[in-house]
Each structure stands twice: as structure tokens, then as C-alpha cells.
Design a protein around this ligand. Sequence first.
Ligand code: HEC
Length: 301
Amino acid sequence: MIKKILKVSAIVAFATVVLNASSYNAQAEKDRLALRDYMMKKFSNPLKDRAKFFPYSTDKELHDGSLIAVKNIEDFRLGTYAFAKNAKEQYDDIKEMPPYLDNIDAGEEIYNSNIAIKKCFPNPAIVQNYPMFDEAKRKVITLTGAINNCLKAAGQKPWSWTKGKIADLEAYFASMTQEAGKRIDIKINSKAAQAAYERGKKEYYSQRGYLKLSCANCHVQGAGKRVRAEYLSPLLGATTHFPVYRLKWQSLGTLERRIKGCEKNQGETPHKPSGQWTAEMLYFMAYMSNGLPIDGPDIRK
Ligand code: HEC
């Protein structure tokens, strides 16, 4: 009997711990599920739901097959290529001989030759956990930040936050993570982490710049619509595939680099890629893609 009571109370205690740990992400979970639901509804039959989701799209855009239905939620890791048929065909062509293969090799060489890096990241398949909330430092650390922190701690000079060596190393990490079949797994385990998530979310939904646009205007409500020749990608899946080789850049870049470009598009002076503003924004964005497979490095226009 006593044994049984002990067992039951152990289970209750365990359940309480689990509940407490998970309750910090309760709102984030609601947000994530709502976003998944919205995107699946929006893209599972763009023609049928035209009045609701695409009131301003032309017949041509909807009928000539350039906008196709998304059947599998995991396709959102492809950004616009999940639903933009013509662009997807070009993407598939480039993927046959992707321009980032040399970057992965360069990244592997950096990993094997830099003892400090190897010591900080004994397992290179770790992309799924970043950005993470560092409970000791009480701030969000992106993968780029973690690499630079590691270099600094070893007395080495930090690298650029946006391109070059850091992007190469992240390309190697991403390809190892993809090979290991990992899915995005962002944790919110404390009140401070929850507050960082909420700040990131607030910034994502805030209108700013002289155009008074929020990120969400383009990547939530606007996802699937066209801006000049480009379709807008959904927030869901926005962080699964970095670093990215952009044809526009003709080089590889980190998530921090990509965000900077979009802030400029918004008509705003970009925040520092190494600052908490950027890290918290990415923390929120990555949480939204929890459960989607890591798919980097990848290519984008
Ligand atoms: C005026 C519309 C607009 C606004 C506002 C905007 N973006 Fe973008 N964004 C684009 C366009 C166009 C692209 C390139 C096509 C695509 O992938 O969506 C893009 C691409 C991206 C990508 C790359 C997606 C991928 O699949 O690789 C990310 C990440 C991103 N934006 C984040 C943001 C963030 C964060 C904000 C707010 C700070 C923001 N964007 C604001 C138009 C916008």
C-alpha cells in the first residue's frame, strides 16, 4: 500500500514538474498551432478559398497553375517553392547541382581544424535547437552567436555575423543536422524565456519603417501574394533551411543576414545582427516552425 502511494505521488510530482515546465510555452503552442492551421487552410485549396485568402489575386495568378495546393505541412520548409509552381521548377533545376556544396566542405574543414569549435560543438548536428534561451545569461543565443561566443572564450577573434566563415560552418552543421533527420525543437522553459518569445512576437507583428508594414503583413496575411514578380513566403517554415545561398547575393548568408535585408525592404535601418532584438525575433520565428524538418543549407532567389 505505502509502496503504491509512493508510486502514485511520484507520478503526481513528475506530472507537476512536466506541467510547470511546459506551461511557459502554453501561449507559444497556441500561436504555433493557430499559424499551422491558418497556413494549411490558406494553401490547401487556393482556388476554392479565393474570396477569403486571395481576394486581390488575378485570375491569371490563380488559374495558370503558378499557385498550387500544399498537401503536406512539411512542404512549408521550402518557402515560396511550396506553392509557386514555376519557381519550384527552377529551384529543382538548381538543386541538382547546388552552389553551396563547396561551402559545406569549407565548413567541415573549419570544424576539423579549429579545436575550440570542435570542443564547443562535439556534435555538429545541433541546428534544431537554435536559437535557444540561455538560462544562465538570461538571453537568447542564435547559432551564429553561439559560434562567436565560443571563439571569444577561446581567445579568438569573432567572425562576421552574416557571411563568410560563419555561414560555411553553419552550412556544415545544417547538413549534418539534416542528415540526422532532426526537426526544429525550440524550448521555452522559464518565465524569462517566455518574455523573450513574447518580445520577439510583438516585434514581428509591429508596423514599422516609413511603409508602416509589419513582418506579418507580408509573411502571414500576405503569404502567397505577389510583390512584383515574387511570391511572399509564409512565416511557417521561415527558419528551417538556413544558411541560404541567395542568387541575389551570389553567396551564402546566415538568418541574421536575411532579416537585415527584409528590415531594409520595410524602409527601416536594420537592427544589429548581433543584438537581442534580432535574436528574440528569430527565437519567435523558429518556435513557430517547431516540428518541421531541418532542411539547410538551401537556395533562394
Ligand atoms: C514588403 C513585404 C515584406 C516585409 C514587410 C517583410 N518581408 Fe521578408 N521577404 C519579403 C520578400 C519579397 C522576400 C523574398 C521572397 C520570400 O521568400 O518571401 C522575403 C523573404 C524573407 C525571408 C526568407 C524566407 C525564406 O524562405 O528563406 C525571411 C526569413 C524574411 N523575409 C523575414 C522577414 C522579417 C523577420 C520581417 C520583419 C522584420 C520581414 N521579412 C518583413 C518581403 C517582406
